[in-house]
Design a protein around this ligand. Structure first.
Ligand SMILES: Cc1cc2nc3c(=O)[nH]c(=O)nc-3n(C[C@H](O)[C@H](O)[C@H](O)COP(=O)(O)OP(=O)(O)OC[C@H]3O[C@@H](n4cnc5c(N)ncnc54)[C@H](O)[C@@H]3O)c2cc1C
Length: 494
């Protein structure tokens, strides 16, 4: 059978834009690629029926009322199962062999409609990621299960990822800088747990999430050595989200401040060991998530391109802009930027799937997740998984499947995709706006929104400057290496 006959229109478009997908299909990975196409069809429907019709209005409303949040975004995301992207299939989620590729393609598609709405959806998976990559199995049957069950009932339960502090943004994303960072949040060890005091800021989905993965130092004078990842729950006493930012772009999603006032977090809520935060809380997450930020920027660029193309084909004063060579040249350049971006984020995504699919789908994982959930949630089992030796066992398994050199290469490709895609998106939007001139039109309003939206992709997940330094430090100077957490680690407060 010819490829075209077996495929939907979306499948044919994807094969044309991403020849690697066609190659995988032809080499026998049809089941996985069919799922990818199905996911993108859902994203197209989400955009067509929901995101695009309300994007401009929501953008304007949130400029006037930054506190407003449209919960329908999350309910719709549930309907399409977009909240389970990073949750393993064995736990009811949809993460399979193409987890990173699917996430990247999905963000590209959603952001071509509205990246503010897409960020509200995608930032939740960023919050989920440390629960998965740290192997915090004791929470998989509670938190991840609650997310899946909520999703199936269309009652969203969401997470957020909190690392940035008022005086430390770039500094918390790289070991060399964390060493010297001026932190506000501190976690003090007390009997049975930790007490957190201080603030986090700019946290996407922070005012909506029920659960948070939070990195904090146990000793602010030794941030790198004591940086630790915690699971925090919204209803913990002393936790609040006092304010959200008035954003310039991607307004449909909130960036919130988190306030910790004597918040007690039990020992069971430390993800991995104390002091493992740079590995399991930052670098492993960035290796998986900066590529998808590149795809966010690409989707924004593609949205801008489509509106610019529509503008170029519309007659004005009897002439179509596209009949001029300077516009045709610009369109070809813009399409080139989009395809260059796709090449970058897809090479990161394919590498990520090669690495993570081994860790998610292997005999040990299948055996563990094949056990009845009632057995895994027994107090004896949970206590073991949360214990020093339980964590040692999990870290040993993680280190067996995830290698430092693979994760380091993944971080390099992720940072490269992130800054290149974001810069291309800014350049594309800026060129489109200049060519369109000052005349007011619906298309120009969209491109102006895309311009503001694209700017943020140069900032979050580490600024583009930081991501350039990461590429330099990994590739040219070999001073940065991702370390998958080790078993049997000594206490950091000794
Ligand atoms: C819309 C949005 C959503 C966000 N969502 C989240 C979230 O969900 N969770 C979260 O934890 N954080 C989030 N952030 C925070 C984001 O990750 C930080 O803003 C980012 O890391 C930059 O930190 P900063 O704002 O403190 O800037 P700074 O670190 O103060 O940097 C200011 C400028 O100095 C440059 N700079 C700093 N250090 C160096 C250096 N050593 N060399 C060269 N240049 C340098 C930077 O590149 C930048 O241009 C979000 C931010 C935005 C804007």
């Amino acid at each position: 059978m010819m490829i075209g006959q077996e495929l939907s229109e979306t499948g044919r478009r994807l094969f044309r834009d991403f020849p690697i997908l066609r190659m995988l299909w032809e080499s026998g990975r049809k089941k996985g690629i069919r799922e990818t196409i199905g996911l993108i069809e859902k994203a197209e429907e989400f955009n067509r029926t929901f995101a695009v019709p309300r994007a401009l209005e929501l953008d304007m409303r949130m400029e006037r009322e930054p506190e407003y949040f449209d919960w329908e975004i999350m309910r719709r995301a549930c309907r399409y199962r977009f909240l389970s992207l990073f949750i393993p299939r064995q736990l009811g989620g949809i993460a399979g062999e193409f987890m990173v590729t699917n996430t990247s393609l999905l963000m590209d598609e959603l952001c071509s409609g509205c990246s503010g709405i897409a960020l509200a959806v995608g930032a939740h998976s960023l919050g989920v990621a440390p629960l998965v990559t740290s192997g915090a199995m004791a929470h998989w049957d509670t938190v991840l299960k609650e997310i899946v069950e909520g999703e199936l009932r269309e009652q969203p339960v969401t997470m957020a990822y909190a690392i940035t502090e008022p005086s430390a943004g770039t500094d918390v994303e790289e070991p060399e800088y964390l060493e010297k960072a001026k932190l506000s949040l501190e976690a003090k060890k007390v009997k049975g747990g930790y007490v957190l005091n201080g603030r986090k800021c700019f946290i996407s989905d922070g005012s909506e999430a029920k659960y948070f993965t939070v990195c904090a130092a146990l000793d602010r004078s030794r941030p790198l050595q004591t940086w630790t990842t915690f699971l925090v729950e919204r209803d913990m006493e002393g936790f609040s989200t006092p304010r959200v930012e008035l954003k310039m772009g991607q307004r449909a999603s909130h960036a919130a401040e988190l306030l910790f006032e004597e918040v007690f977090v039990p020992d069971s809520h430390v993800l991995g060991y104390e002091g493992d935060g740079m590995g399991n809380g930052i670098l492993m997450i960035m290796a998986a998530s900066r590529g998808p930020v590149g795809s966010i920027a690409t989707g924004i660029a593609r949205g801008a391109f489509q509106h610019f193309l529509a503008w170029a084909k519309t007659k004005r004063n009897g002439k179509r802009p596209i009949d001029e060579d300077r516009i045709r040249l610009a369109l070809a350049d813009m399409w080139g930027m989009i395809q260059e971006n796709r090449g970058l984020y897809m090479s990161n995504a394919m590498l990520g799937d090669g690495i993570f699919s081994k860790a998610l789908d292997n005999p040990i994982m299948n055996l563990t997740l094949g056990l009845p959930s009632s057995l895994r949630t027994m107090p004896l089992m949970r206590n073991f998984l949360n214990s020093y030796y339980g964590k040692a066992m999990i870290n040993a398994i993680l280190r067996y499947y995830l290698k430092d050199e693979d994760m380091t290469q993944l971080l390099e490709t992720a940072s490269l995709a992130k800054f290149s895609c974001a810069d291309n998106a800014m350049e594309l939007c800026s060129r489109a706006l200049s060519l369109m001139g000052p005349e007011d039109s619906e298309e120009r309003r969209w491109v102006e929104k895309c311009y503001r939206d694209a700017k943020l992709t140069q900032i979050y997940e580490g600024t583009n400057q930081l991501n350039r330094l990461v590429v330099n430090n990994i590739r040219f100077e070999e001073t940065l290496r991702v370390e998958v957490p080790r078993p049997l680690k000594k206490g950091v407060m000794a």
